[in-house]
Structure formats: structure tokens, C-alpha cells
Design a protein around this ligand. Structure first.
Ligand SMILES: Cc1cc2nc3c(=O)[nH]c(=O)nc-3n(C[C@H](O)[C@H](O)[C@H](O)COP(=O)(O)O)c2cc1C
Length: 228
């Protein structure tokens, strides 16, 4: 571990965020460069993000939901699949995000690709994936993650770490490595069908490019440029 990677909880002087300034790249994003659909454009940028050594977990995205009263909450999840039907992530159906989505299916996904001065924001509607699709993905997960999906009652209060570990140990004894773990009924995917997708490219002097695809009634897409 390098000296500057070490976390020191006792550091008294924290850096001043107001003094932090980065000049972003000059190459922009032009209307003529865009793919025909936002999913194709996402695929291009995702490929470039995945090739960036400095970009850790390009499939990590911030999912924002709101409850029936409009109170928002956000958290990071991993994108596991995308195609013209939408963007898929997996989670616990009893979690806060899943409860929000049951009351209000409108959702925002944000990909913070800072090392490339890029950001993609997908806004759309989330629906649960079918059980077959969930099961197919669950079977690709490592054994330990499969057990973890059973052991965690995500978003509920846990009395202690020891209780969480004990519940995992119990499951590990019941389903040893090599034995098939059933798909938990309370676990599965959400597919976010996009209604709009914004591609943000940082440019010099804060004159960034923001090109947004907006879904039209006939299934096509219109592109609009937003002021930075
Ligand atoms: C990098 C990263 C990836 C994560 N991936 C997932 C994921 O794919 N699914 C998930 O349910 N939680 C994932 N989490 C945990 C969530 O951020 C969150 O703590 C959890 O889903 C409970 O959220 P909720 O209480 O708002 O529903 C991830 C966290 C991080 C930091």
C-alpha cells in the first residue's frame, strides 16, 4: 500500500473543496457523432469507459428513486445488462429502493465517469425482470454472493454484525460449495426502460456538451442540446 492510499481517520486538516478545479478535455460531443439510439451511444461510451484503466467499475451507477410522497434517495448499484429494452440491475425486492419503485416506478440512473469528464444520466421507468431472466443471472453469481442474497434482509436494521455472519454461516452449512443455491424469492432484477438519456462531456471553460435523447410517441428519438 502506498503512503497516500492509507486512510487516516485522525487527519485534522481536510482539503478545501472550493479550491478544487479541474480543466476538462477539449474534444467535444457533436450531434453528428451520435448513434441512432441512446442505447447504441451508451454502448460506445461504455466500451471506452471499460478501456480506461483509471476508471474503476464503469458499470457502477447511482440509482435514484423517490417514494410516493416524492422523497428521494440514491445509492450505487451495478449495471448487469443493457439492450434496447433497457438497463438491468439486481437487488433485494424488500429493500428501500424496491419499496420506492413499487410506489413510484420513475427512476434515474447516473454513471459518474469522472476520469473521462463524462456523465450519462438515464431517466425512465423500472419494471421487475421476469423470474427466468433473474434465475439465469443468479446462476452466474459466485456461490458466496448467492448465499449473501439469502443472508441479507437488505435495508432492514441488523442487531449486530455477528448476527449477519451467523446467518451466512448457517446458509453456508446448508448449501456447501458446489451445491445449487435456489434463487431467493425476495431477490431479482429491475429493467429501466429509458425515456430520456443525457450524454455529458466536460469541455473547457465550463462550456460542456450536453446532448439529450428524448423518446417520442412513435418509438423514435429526438436529440436536443442542453445549456451547460
Ligand atoms: C460499488 C457498489 C456496488 C453496489 N452494487 C449493488 C447492486 O448491484 N445491488 C444492490 O442491491 N446493492 C448494491 N450496492 C449496495 C447499495 O449501494 C445499497 O447499499 C443497497 O442496495 C441498499 O440500498 P437501499 O437501502 O437504498 O435499497 C452497491 C454498492 C456499491 C458501493
Amino acid at each position: 500500500m502506498r503512503q497516500d492510499d492509507r486512510v487516516n481517520d485522525h487527519d485534522s486538516a481536510s482539503p478545501d473543496p472550493a479550491a478544487m478545479r479541474t480543466q476538462y478535455r477539449a474534444e467535444g460531443l457533436a450531434e453528428d457523432d451520435l448513434a441512432a439510439t441512446p442505447v447504441e451511444q451508451f454502448a460506445r461510451w461504455f466500451t471506452q469507459a471499460a478501456a480506461q484503466a483509471r476508471l474503476f467499475e464503469p458499470n457502477a451507477m447511482v440509482v435514484s428513486t423517490a417514494d410516493a410522497e416524492g422523497r428521494p434517495s440514491s445509492r450505487t448499484v451495478l449495471l448487469k445488462h443493457f439492450d434496447e429494452q433497457g438497463f438491468v440491475f439486481y437487488t433485494n425486492y424488500g429493500s428501500r429502493k424496491a419499496q420506492d419503485l413499487a410506489e413510484n416506478p420513475y427512476v434515474s440512473l447516473l454513471f459518474p465517469w469522472h476520469p473521462m469528464a463524462r456523465q450519462v444520466i438515464v431517466r425512465g421507468v423500472a419494471r421487475r425482470t421476469g423470474r427466468d431472466e433473474t434465475a439465469a443471472y443468479f446462476r452466474t453469481r459466485p456461490h458466496g454472493s448467492q448465499l449473501g442474497a439469502w443472508a441479507s434482509v437488505q435495508s432492514s436494521v441488523v442487531p449486530s454484525r455477528a448476527e449477519l455472519d451467523a446467518s451466512y454461516a448457517e446458509l453456508a452449512a446448508r448449501y456447501p460449495e458446489g451445491e445449487q443455491v435456489p434463487v431467493p424469492p425476495h431477490w431479482g432484477g429491475f429493467r429501466v426502460a429509458p425515456e430520456s438519456v443525457e450524454f455529458w462531456q466536460g469541455r473547457e471553460n465550463r462550456l460542456h456538451d450536453r446532448l439529450q435523447y428524448v423518446g417520442e410517441a412513435d418509438g423514435g428519438w429526438r436529440v436536443e442540446r442542453l445549456s451547460p
